[in-house]
Design a protein around this ligand. Sequence first.
Ligand SMILES: [Zn+2]
Length: 439
Amino acid sequence: MTRSVMAGLLMIVLMSACKKEKQSAEMEETVTVPEQKAEPVEIREFGYNLNDYIVIRDTIKFGDSFGEILQRNKMEYPEIYHIVEKVKDSFNIASLQAGKPYTLLCSKGDSLQRPRCFIYQPNSIDYVVVDFSDSTQVVKGKKPVKLVQREASGVINSSLYETLADNNMDVNVAYRLSDIYAWTIDFFRIDQGDRFKVVYTEKYIDDTIYAGVDKIHAAYFEHRGKPIYAFRFMTDSTKGIVDYFDEDAKNLRRAFLRAPVQFSRISSRYNLKRRIAYYGNRIRPHKGTDFAAPVGTPILATANGTVIESTRRGGNGNYVKVRHNATYTTQYLHMQKRKVKVGDFVKQGDVIGTVGMTGNTSGPHVCYRFWKNGRQVDPFKQDLPDAEPISDSLKTRYLDFIAPVKTQLDKIEFKTVQKDESLESELITLKEEDGISSN
Ligand SMILES: [Zn+2]
């Protein structure tokens, strides 16, 4: 092996955890579980009997790397190099994020008490075990999650978000509901007195630790006296397509999202007669719509489809192009990072890249191009199609499936929380502003 290859690999080993994350104050610091000779109660975690090891728990610090953590814990570089070589295809050691917990299981038999296992927890459920006790291997696991079904309801005083907070509910339910009803209700304009009911599941780890909202199974939203039901139903188990439909099996979703980024503003619209002072006021048509957002903001596929281009080229910078069907194709320019490759099937809302400034741009934004029958058009002027309805063959099964859920939903009583506050909505996304930026 050449010296430069070695140096390159060393760089990878020492690559820092570069994603900033606020370090939680409650995170456990290094704890060594002492040897328990008296009564060895088996403590199992991550598939190991922890009694067999000296357990070191810590969190990834800003600037930490996989290699440094092992080095600090008395491992020699050649061995670290060996481990990294063996795991690099199954575990991305550069993905370690500051603030996330890790665990080292160290050998009791070895006088140096060197680590035999490195376990990383990117979130409260998933973990990755790098076991180098024997032959090095990577095992990905999940902590057992218990799902608890909840029913909730509310009458809106201010915003949906605040109403949920007042009812001591996870506000993520509000975000999920606003996603489900994004095409049918304008959450900027929900009224005092609008009311909702929801049946959803929550996740718990080890029976007690709350780990967030699992799924919204069914919802009822009464907007200006008009009820809109939503039932979760999987229409394609191979592609994992799940949608929400009303009581008549009509899809609540449109085929396209209005914007490829959440919480953004339009910095430049589709405009075939755009003039830019910089170019001597000559016409430079803008066939895209620019959404300004900070670098790193996730870019979402606006509809289901297949990636047909994912590359970096000229003024477009890093871009991804998705073919949705024979009529529609969308393209997303100036990405910082592309997260999909040609041939990938993406679902509406899937993250396909992040906002950047690659190619010709004067500021961070995504230039969203919308093709209809091979020509670029203004997506805001299109009468966009509804998302696929439930097929006739599935409809009977759907109606049977939702019948008991609808009964359950209908039985829930509306709960009110007395609070006198003016109507304001913190929810939702798109603030439109006209202006011109490059490309
Ligand atoms: Zn543009």
